[in-house]
Design a binder for this molecule. Structure first.
Ligand SMILES: [Zn+2]
Length: 458
């Protein structure tokens, strides 16, 4: 069979994110199969034909975005149920998720993937909370997304009833998951070791997870601390701060991704820098959950030390949006306020975190994260024929400070057009949304969860 060719023709701007961070005005991209084979000025590529041409006049093209920490499973079914004064959100979250069936999880995951793709996120990491990856495989296949998955495990009991096993069993389950899923769907799936968090995994389990990541050439992610209280508790229990503890047991490294990382001190930031450990921060979640950016957020300090920082949205029921453009906007704005310094996290650096650094954090930096010859064709086309994009002189500033995911027009993953003129064609979207609403009603009925709204509903 001849290889399919696709040309993105005459784009207003291409933000390549190549090593020089070249922005090509009036540019074209040629894709053969899954791979970018030419990138350059439109007039220089005028003779490059393709079986399909997308007219990208007035479009800004970026690499696909990476969401480095997203619990995708249950959230869409009961999105928005938690009022701001809810007492214990997470216990209810785990309670609802624990009763979810395969079919329900397939539908809720599919809706989340549609939201991600339509906002330009082409790859995400689910930190081990999908219960039925076999059922969800169909959603990953149909949608064409990329995903890093794994089985979240713990070996220390706690009240939230996370999946609990003996240390040995937890390690063997993670290993089976890696063996079963890694590299499936033409390489679009990667499987990692996913011990849930520092507070409910023993050192043996964390060491075992790191060993698996090394042995199988994959990665490992876990929830790191989310604030001073947790850090203090950890210090009292272990005599060390969390990052130093991880370094001591040999659980840091370039194939490790720590989530949240709020409240680090300078010594811990040095630990991360020298071990080349990646981190993923979830600005929208921190902001909504009152995480204390000013005191506990160390994004500029991490970046200054060369730590690879990815962005995540955590969950559709904690932040609650899955729009990486909004997350990049927050990353760029929050620290200007927190440090009262407009030089903090420039727009360009925020875009790097959503693309290049996101790809590196997920171990995919060699083939993804920028628009370069030889890299995979994961691209987002923004339609700038909208008021928020105009006037258009500096496309990076306009993307990060003016726009959001609603101007995403076309999305390409692995050379396949998965969103075209703002629409996807792999599922009847309205029927799916109705189905997911019904699933939410059923989940709440089965668990007896009923959370009144703050205002009376007649
Ligand atoms: Zn999480």
């Amino acid at each position: 069979m001849p290889v399919e060719t696709l040309k993105i023709d005459n784009a207003r701007f291409i933000l390549t994110l190549d090593p020089k961070r070249t922005i090509i005005q009036d540019g074209s991209i040629v894709i053969e199969g899954q791979t970018v084979t030419q990138v350059g000025k439109a007039k220089e590529l005028a003779n490059a034909g393709a079986s399909r041409v997308i007219d990208a006049r007035e479009m800004v093209v970026t690499p696909g975005f990476f969401d480095g920490h997203l619990h995708i499973s249950y959230a869409h079914a009961v999105r928005g149920i938690f009022p701001d004064d809810v007492a214990d959100r997470l216990t209810t979250v785990f309670q609802l998720q624990s009763v979810m069936t395969e079919e329900e999880e397939y539908h809720t995951s599919l809706l989340a993937i549609i939201e991600l793709l339509k906002n330009g996120t082409t790859c995400f990491l689910d930190p081990g909370t999908t219960k039925f990856p076999d059922a969800c495989m169909q959603a990953y296949e149909d949608s064409g997304c990329r995903i890093v998955l794994g089985e979240g495990v713990t070996d220390i009991p706690e009240p939230r009833k996370l999946p609990l096993y003996s240390t040995e069993e937890a390690i063997s389950r993670m290993e089976s998951t890696i063996k079963k899923y890694d590299h499936r769907l033409n390489g679009r799936i990667r499987a990692w070791a996913m011990p849930f968090s520092l507070s409910n995994c023993t050192a043996e389990l964390l060491k075992g997870a790191k060993k698996l990541a090394d042995q199988y050439g994959t990665g490992m992610t876990l929830h790191h601390t989310i604030g001073p209280k947790m850090r203090q508790g950890f210090l009292e229990q272990h005599g060390k701060l969390p990052t130093e503890y991880l370094e001591e047991i040999g659980a840091l490294g370039p194939n490790v991704l720590l989530a949240h990382v709020m409240g680090l001190d300078d010594a811990e930031i040095d630990c991360l820098a020298r071990s080349r450990t990646g981190v993923v921060m979830c600005p929208s979640n921190v902001l909504k959950q009152g995480g204390g950016i000013k005191e506990n957020g160390k994004m500029p300090e991490l970046l200054a030390k060369g730590v690879n920082v990815a962005l995540g949205s955590d969950s559709a029921n904690s932040s609650n949006h899955l729009d990486m453009v909004r997350s990049m906007n927050l990353a760029a704005c929050l620290y200007k306020d927190a440090r009262q310094n407009t030089k903090m996290v420039p727009a360009e650096q925020a875009l790097e975190m959503g693309t290049l650094m996101g790809a590196r954090a997920l171990g995919l930096g060699d083939g993804l994260g920028s628009i370069e010859v030889g890299k995979k064709a994961d691209l987002v086309l923004f339609d700038t024929r909208r008021p928020e994009w105009r006037s258009l002189f500096n496309p990076v500033n306009n993307l990060i400070y003016n726009a959001d995911g609603r101007s995403v027009h076309t999305v390409i993953v692995d050379g396949r057009v998965v969103v075209e003129a703002t629409r996807q064609s792999f599922v009847d979207e309205w029927s799916l949304m109705q189905k997911v609403h019904e699933i939410g009603q059923n989940l709440m009925a089965r668990t007896g969860v009923s959370i009144p709204q703050r205002w009376p509903v007649l």
